[in-house]
Design a protein around this ligand. Structure first.
Ligand code: BMP
Length: 275
């Protein structure tokens, strides 16, 4: 059977990449395929949101470069919350440069992403050297990489043969590439008839998820957990503003309510898929 109909636990048991295995195990243990994207600009708010959604998520997605008062201690606090609430960390860095540069961006600078982020992602646009560059840093640390095979935005150029080439690139580096940011399952995409891809297990993490809105004024498009997980076969729903809101200031009680609501919706959609 394909990864589409297997349980997260079955997939965890045989996944060779430590970060992918840990994510699948966490999903099963917490009965949550919810990743919350915490796109806020103040360190305190960032930690408060994570502390409240922590019990409901398998993964926290960050954009640490938007935090105005970033300091190294923020990462230590994030790691403490990761241990307290049992979730993994995904810095949504979207690397897109030559291998040598991305290796430096991943390991060094102010953020030292590789030292704390279990999972990160990259645009396949530079070709396979972006994967080998990042793998030189991340693989010894047991990290995992997602390739952006598709995007949620209106008019995205990541379609057709670009998406197919992204999947081929992942297949050629499946020791480090654990899956995709995409809008649908990629099983067999870009594979020739002769090629056996039955044993591959790429995780599909999907942003552009909302229960109350179909998009924003800047090209974002939302689909429901049912559309994403049941109908399109994706593994993890990534939700930002649907959970922490779009207004000024954060209503922490509302954040908790929404996190529980999206966790339940994502899990129900998964149970529907595996039957
Ligand atoms: P929101 O749910 O508030 O629209 O946030 C979506 C998050 O997912 C943002 O952090 C964005 O950077 C990210 N994202 C996306 O929306 N679409 C993609 O195709 C890829 C992304 O990483």
């Amino acid at each position: 059977s394909s990864s589409q109909t297997q349980t997260y636990a079955q997939r965890a048991a045989k996944h060779p990449n430590p970060s992918a295995k840990a994510l699948l195990d966490t999903i099963e243990r917490k009965k949550s395929n919810l990743c919350v994207s915490v796109d806020v600009t103040k360190g305190d708010e960032f930690l408060n949101v994570i502390d409240v959604v922590g019990p409901y998520v398998c993964l926290i997605k960050t954009h640490v470069d938007i935090i105005e008062d970033f300091e190294t201690s923020l990462i230590e606090k994030l790691q403490a919350l990761s241990a307290k609430h049992d979730f993994l960390i995904f810095e949504d860095r979207k690397f897109a440069d030559i291998g040598n540069t991305v290796a430096l961006q991943y390991s060094s600078g102010v953020h030292k992403i590789a030292t704390w982020s279990h999972i990160t992602n990259a645009h396949p646009v530079p070709g396979p050297s972006i994967v080998t560059g990042l793998a030189s840093v991340g693989k010894p640390l047991g990290r995992g990489l997602l390739l952006l095979a598709e995007m949620s935005t209106k008019g995205s150029l990541a379609t057709g043969t670009y998406t197919e080439e992204a999947v081929r690139m992942a297949r050629a580096h499946s020791d480090f590439v654990i899956g995709f940011i995409a809008q649908r399952r990629m099983d067999g995409v870009g594979a020739s008839a002769a090629q056996s891809v039955v044993d591959e297990d790429f995780l599909i993490l999907t942003p552009g998820v909302g229960l109350d809105s179909r998009g924003d004024s800047m090209g974002q498009q939302y689909r429901t957990p049912k559309e994403v997980v049941t109908e399109s076969g994706c593994d993890v729903i990534i939700v930002g503003r649907g959970i922490y809101g779009t207004g000024n200031g954060i209503d922490i009680q509302a954040v908790q309510t929404q996190a529980e609501r999206y966790r339940a919706a994502g899990w129900a959609a998964y149970l529907d898929r595996i039957g």
